[in-house]
Design a protein around this ligand. Structure first.
Ligand code: M6R
Length: 624
């Protein structure tokens, strides 16, 4: 939630900040702004209620003169409605200290009361605005009077005032701040909200994630919780919140900046749907054969002995990642391994009740989802080991986990998760195969067959994607519907949930995903004549039951669109079919979800919705 950019160097500061914001817009997009210090040490501040394009126009109409440092922000509102006044950056009373912030300052009401009593004037309803006023207050306490500080003392004074202000904050924050009187240094601090420093030559960058500055540098330092950074043109120093200097190593990011561009597609979502075969292939590559755990031991230190010893697996995740978790639960249970899946925000008391030696598997594309991180902390506090499945190198989740398995999907920009989901499924099948093999559940030939079938999935995904035009036509026919039902069973039940989530989030229509067996326990009552019902019915152990459920829905007037394979098509009677290539029943979720993603995309397109930036949503949900 919310994207932060910061820059210091000799290139055009406003362009760099705005370009970075454009690349972070997926994190929040209800308002945005930038602030830079111009050549005369004056603060230049522009904010808009709306998108980065509007900010760009505003800046172009009245450009800053000679700026070499500044900060930017694109917002997903928490405290205070989306408006220009509530947009970041926020300033102190003197309009010299300017702050951008991601996260929530939990004690802001207390701080605000004190600052109001001290005479500070507030201009917004945000929690963030306490930060610049607090820094101003700390500057005063360091006896910074009008122009009274020696120029060589400005940086240490600014740093100390910031450090003291940060020490007063409770909650979660990533902060970047400039002080107009000290334009040679941008300060940053991080606690439970991501922040990364990009190291350039004669220039340095700050951002919520690397995609903001990848085209300038791939050398980065992921800031730790409880860490501050003093970012200057020629170098960056890191400190603890107590002011102790720390040594940090830079890492080089493998992602290419073009990966975060649309590459000729109308939307990131469609591009990312088409990148799914690659996402699965990259996630599986070199990690599958031979099944038995040695590969996992080498990659993440998880030994075969440990895999054997875990009593059960507890998945935790949110949203689409939770649907991957549900697939994981079915898969592990299929191998006789007790498995549970919970939405991270509802994990609550479960952490304390887990069986001894449970392995927690946390799934998160961003690795920054606050609910997932909180649940992981609870699980760790109860003594569990945590294995995380994530797409984001250096994310908070990776640092709080005992074992990390990266999905290799490349950056996912569309708010509606698609290729990250396929990457998560691939990682789950990979882990499931290794766990089953070491626990004797996939003996000999079975293990080989499992791996071979899994390795064929990228090609089958490509074949499925060839159905795009056909699926688009079906979607067009239902674009005016306001209600959609999705049903399936067992390992495809999570796919019904995912189909409903996709269409809800990008088309704003009412959609429900149900376990098909549940329909006659209530939901069947909502079916009316012509209601679109998407039934995921591949060949397998639940097919006969699914065929019966489809008949029941049709008898009440539902227009059934069946997602089938050639064999199951013979059993299922529907108005329309989307016929997928065949694979082992266990692996079908990696194919069946694709027509549902494409269907949701084309319904949203027909409705002219803002597909990559759906209303009210943000890509990375870093508040609880
Ligand atoms: O980054 P995460 O995987 O932890 O994100 C979890 C959910 O917020 C995310 O999957 C969300 O549900 C997507 N917008 C769904 O398309």
């Amino acid at each position: 939630m919310c994207g932060i950019t910061g820059y210091i160097g000799d290139n055009k500061t406003t362009d760099i900040l705005i370009d970075g914001l454009r690349r972070l817009e997926y994190r929040g997009y209800d308002s945005c702004g930038i602030a830079v210090v111009d050549a005369k040490n004056r603060l230049y501040l522009k904010r808009v209620s709306g998108r980065v394009d509007a900010l760009d126009k505003l800046v172009a109409a009245d450009p800053a003169k000679g700026a070499h440092s500044g900060v930017g922000h694109t917002r997903w509102a928490t405290h205070g409605a989306p408006s220009e006044d509530n947009a970041h950056p926020h300033t102190d009373c003197s309009s010299e200290v300017v702050v951008v912030h991601n996260g929530i300052i939990e004690n802001y009401l207390d701080l605000k009361d004190k600052l109001l009593a001290a005479g500070h004037k507030f201009k917004s309803e945000t929690d963030t605005e306490v930060i610049p006023h607090l820094i101003e207050e700390k500057l005063k306490s360091l006896h910074v009077q009008e122009k009274a500080v020696r120029s060589d003392m400005l940086e240490p004074v600014f740093f100390e005032a910031f450090r003291r202000a940060v020490a007063d904050l409770k909650g979660s924050f990533a902060i970047a701040v400039v002080w107009a009187r000290c334009p040679g240094m941008v300060l940053a601090a991080r606690l439970h909200s991501p922040l990364v420093i990009g190291l350039g030559k004669g220039e340095n960058f700050i951002a919520s994630d690397v995609s903001a500055f990848l085209k300038h540098t791939k050398r980065v330092v992921f800031m730790n919780d409880g860490e501050m950074a003093a970012v200057k043109k020629d170098g960056v120093d890191f400190y603890t919140f107590q002011g102790k200097k720390t040594a940090r190593e830079a890492v080089t990011i493998q992602w290419d900046s073009t990966m975060a561009e649309k590459g000729g597609y109308k939307h990131f979502m469609l591009k990312e749907i088409h990148e799914q075969a690659e996402a699965v292939e990259n996630t599986l590559r070199g990690r599958l054969l031979p099944l038995g755990g040695d590969i996992l031991k080498a990659e993440m230190g998880l030994s075969a002995e440990a895999m054997k010893a875990f009593s059960s697996v507890q998945f935790i995740a949110c949203g689409t990642a939770y649907h991957a978790a549900l697939v994981g639960r079915c898969l592990f249970e299929n191998f006789g391994i007790p498995a549970y899946a919970d939405v991270a925000s509802e994990f609550t008391d479960r952490a304390k009740l887990m069986a001894p030696n449970t392995l927690v598997m946390a799934i998160s594309q961003s690795g920054e989802t606050a609910d997932t991180l909180f649940a992981v902390r609870e699980a760790k506090a109860s003594g569990a080991k945590v294995l995380s499945i994530t797409n984001t190198v250096g994310s908070t989740l990776t640092r709080e986990s005992d074992y990390v398995l990266y999905t290799h999907c490349g950056p996912e920009i569309g708010v509606a998760s698609t290729k990250a989901f396929l990457g998560q499924l691939a990682a789950i099948y990979l882990l499931g195969g290794h766990f089953a093999a070491v626990r004797g559940r996939l003996p000999g030939g079975d293990a080989r067959r499992y791996a071979e079938d899994l390795l064929k999935i990228p090609r089958l995904i490509e074949e499925t994607l060839e159905k795009e035009t056909e699926i688009a036509k079906v979607a067009d026919g239902f674009a005016a519907s306001e209600h959609f039902l999705f049903i399936s069973r067992h390992i495809n039940y999570p796919i019904a949930l995912e189909g409903a989530l996709k269409i809800k989030e990008i088309s704003y229509v009412h959609a429900e995903g149900y376990a098909a067996g549940e329909m006659k326990h209530g939901p069947i009552a909502i079916i009316y004549k012509g209601m679109p019902l998407l039934a995921v019915a591949p060949s397998g152990r639940t097919l006969e039951l699914m065929a019966g459920n489809i008949e029941e829905a049709k008898a009440r007037g539902a227009e059934v669109i069946a997602i089938v394979d050639q064999a199951s098509q013979k059993t299922v009677k529907a108005s329309r079919y989307i016929v997928l290539p065949s694979t082992d029943e266990l692996f079908t979720p990696m194919l069946t979800v694709i027509p549902l993603q494409i269907f949701a995309y084309y319904v949203a397109l027909a409705k002219k919705c803002d597909i990559d930036k759906p209303r009210n949503l943000a890509k990375s949900v870093t508040v609880r």
